[in-house]
Design a protein around this ligand. Sequence first.
Ligand code: THU
Length: 136
Amino acid sequence: MPDVLPGQQRDHLLRAARETMARAYAPYSKFLVGAAILTELGEVFTGCNVENASYGLTMCAERTAIFSAVAHSGADNVRIRAIAVTTPDDVACSPCGACRQVIYEFGSDAVVLFRSHDGWKESRIRDLLPEGFLLL
Ligand code: THU
């Protein structure tokens, strides 16, 4: 599997993530995030962050996208080939540790496209989360 996403997939995922980012609910942090996943079956699912007055209940964009994919297609049909993460003005945002673990569960070979402090990056989830936890 190539380490770099084909340009068309990359553009499609970025567009989908940005579109959903516009619906982020982040009145507390004001930090809007969008995410889009491409599954091995070729389906695309998106998510945005959803915050709460009880701050710890906040859900990140990446996990919203993955949980939406499971809700729509069933876990057996969700193997993540790639996930893109976006922010307004392309501010740096690499997936948090909790999201890395959830990405790993649904696609241990997934490519993660995100904006780092050094520009756009495509990394394997295995490299972002060495020795991720698995029970199955
Ligand atoms: N957030 C995400 O949605 N994804 C990330 O990868 C990092 C952080 C959200 C959570 C919270 O709503 C806001 O960004 C600030 O932490």
